[in-house]
Structure formats: structure tokens, C-alpha cells
Design a protein around this ligand. Structure first.
Ligand SMILES: [Zn+2]
Ligand SMILES: [Zn+2]
Length: 57
């Protein structure tokens, strides 16, 4: 069994399994899965889509 390690799109830290993180497709291009770790959610840090450059909270 292996855990897939995902990186938070906003801060670049690895998202730990079981962490209260969220992921969703980019609202603009829909091609990239964006991740937000628990800390970035709490501090409402903004993220940038690596593909289309969309910035959002
Ligand atoms: Zn983060
Ligand atoms: Zn995008």
C-alpha cells in the first residue's frame, strides 16, 4: 500500500494523509487539481493555478 503525496498548491508543502485539506479542479481551466492544506485554508492563503495562472482564495 502506498500513499500518494500531494503538494499544497498555495504553499508547496506536502499534504499529509488524513489532514483536513481540500482539493478541487481549477475553476478557470479545469485541467489542474488544486490542493489547499489545512493551514492555507485557515489563513485563507491565495493560490495560483500552475497552468492558467488563475488566482483565487
Ligand atoms: Zn498550504
Ligand atoms: Zn487553471
Amino acid at each position: 500500500m502506498s500513499y500518494k503525496q500531494e503538494e499544497c498548491t498555495a504553499c508547496g508543502n506536502l499534504v499529509a494523509p488524513g489532514e483536513n485539506a481540500v482539493h478541487f479542479p481549477c475553476p478557470k481551466c479545469g485541467d489542474v487539481l488544486l490542493w489547499r492544506c489545512e493551514r492555507c485554508r485557515r489563513f485563507a492563503r491565495s493560490y495560483t493555478c500552475p497552468k492558467c495562472g488563475f488566482e483565487g482564495p
